[in-house]
Write a protein that binds this ligand. Sequence first.
Ligand code: ADP
Ligand code: ADP
Length: 229
Amino acid sequence: DILIRMENVEKYYGAFHALKAVNLTVRRGEKIVLCGPSGSGKSTLIRCINHLETIRSGRIEVDGTTLDNTPKTVDAVRREVGMVFQQFNLFPHMTVLENCMLAPMRVRKVSRSEAEATARKYLERVRIGNQADKHPAQLSGGQQQRVAIARALCMEPKAMLFDEPTSALDPEMVKEVLDTMVGLARDGMTMICVTHEMGFARQVADRVIFMSDGAIIEEGEPEAFFKAP
Ligand code: ADP
Ligand code: ADP
């Protein structure tokens, strides 16, 4: 049961060849950790799945729909695939609750009261329900990132993409965000995580994929990857 499929995907930034014949299939419920050196194309790969980047050639399919550039398809994939960034990208002028209500109201067209109920549910789930009326700047980095995760969950996505979600955090806040991600993984969420946190990879990844210079060069189970030399 394949949820995400990439076939021979080629991505360029101008003349720069950023993804080279990338093939990847992600089963429903599968947890993938994407690693590799800086600049190897990890972020580009996941951004293509969410149509934050357009590809030169190849094919990307999400839950049976092949991405094209039509607004309908882009809309559909953004509903089904949540994304969490290194910088939390919360709206500073809105409260935590309002940040979480926005997309469900705008994109899923749910009522204000339903959006609020959903937002409170997911804020509770990342254990930040008591901060709902604060503004992002009043929270720690770790709390802000958990809000960003809750905000993505409010769209009730089928998969979640994480782009170095702990890289911008002070060390003491990394664990609370990783614990939240572990919780999501245990609940069966399909996840692709770009992260350097190898403990997390060992704990949750079904598959570790290693990229270099725009290509997938190796993949395997975490045990095979991280076994002592
Ligand atoms: P990683 O996530 O593995 O660090 P990225 O996917 O961010 O790698 O970047 C891959 C390569 O593409 C890098 O060389 C980067 O400089 C380049 N790149 C990324 N985004 C852009 C962009 N918007 N314009 C031009 N080059 C880019
Ligand atoms: P404990 O019971 O020791 O606090 P849990 O595994 O219940 O540990 O939760 C650890 C962290 O994971 C919590 O901070 C919580 O925010 C997060 N968490 C647990 N379950 C989920 C979930 N389903 N979705 C998102 N975050 C979760």
